[in-house]
Design a protein. Structure first.
Length: 230
């Protein structure tokens, strides 16, 4: 069973409440830059793997591995309580696996890797007011994910005759929650999560014809960061 990053948020809230108020919170017109570690944990599901020659292969699916990178997000406070935020990061590299092919006599499990960037725009509502040291928030927005640097493993190329790995780009809804803890002198700590709808059609050519699968990646994205308010 997957473990979602709510414990991280709860810990941040506990630590924040353990200290007295030391600074003003966010105000309309503020620009906030946060920098930290972002982890993408796919909550994936997929259709059966299918080939032109065999059709859908019962008991098969595609798996997508976790990835952690340097993350940035930028917030502009439209009012004291509403902020527009953009998530950016260095490229995430995910391992792609084929599950269940062994029952058909294939040893290949590692399909290859693909990099992705998931720029995400959300509009967040911050609880409290401009005098609050602790600012929890929730948000809703849209994500665009683009895949690139797609490469097949040597095993997939040799055993399956695989070539031309492709994953379609994706648009989807992004759900958002987090908390800022203002430290003073415009600095803050942040802990936050996104739940993002990411779906892609994955395919590659093989000795059995074109191989395809519809993959819902739908990751939980968590971030711990240090922020500065301008």
């Amino acid at each position: 069973m997957k473990k979602y990053p709510f414990k991280t948020i709860n810990t941040a809230i506990f630590l924040a409440l353990s200290f007295p108020a030391v600074a003003l919170g966010h105000e309309a017109g503020d620009f906030i830059l946060r920098v930290g570690a972002v982890s993408v944990a796919p909550d994936e599901g997929s259709s059966l793997i299918s080939t032109v020659n065999t059709g859908a292969l019962a008991g098969t699916k595609v798996g997508v591995g976790n990835s952690t990178q340097l993350g940035l997000n930028f917030v502009y406070m439209l009012t004291d309580n509403i902020g527009a935020e953009v998530l950016a990061a260095t490229p995430f590299e995910h391992d792609l696996t084929a599950i269940g092919l062994d029952q058909y006599g294939f040893a290949t499990r590692n399909i290859g890797t693909a990099d992705q960037l998931p720029p995400t725009l959300t509009f967040n509502y911050f609880l409290g007011n401009a005098n609050s040291t602790i600012r929890p928030y929730i948000g809703l927005g849209i994500n665009y994910t683009t895949f690139f640097e797609k490469s097949l493993s040597s095993q997939a190329r040799s055993e399956l005759g695989a070539s031309s790995l492709d994953l379609d780009d994706s648009f989807g809804i992004a759900y958002r929650a987090g908390i800022d803890w203002n430290l003073g002198d415009n600095w803050m700590l942040n802990a936050s999560i996104w739940k993002i709808d990411i779906s892609t059609d994955a395919s590659f050519n093989s000795a059995l014809g074109k191989v395809t699968a519809d993959v819902d990646i739908d990751p939980w994205v968590s971030m711990i960061s240090l922020g500065y308010r301008f």
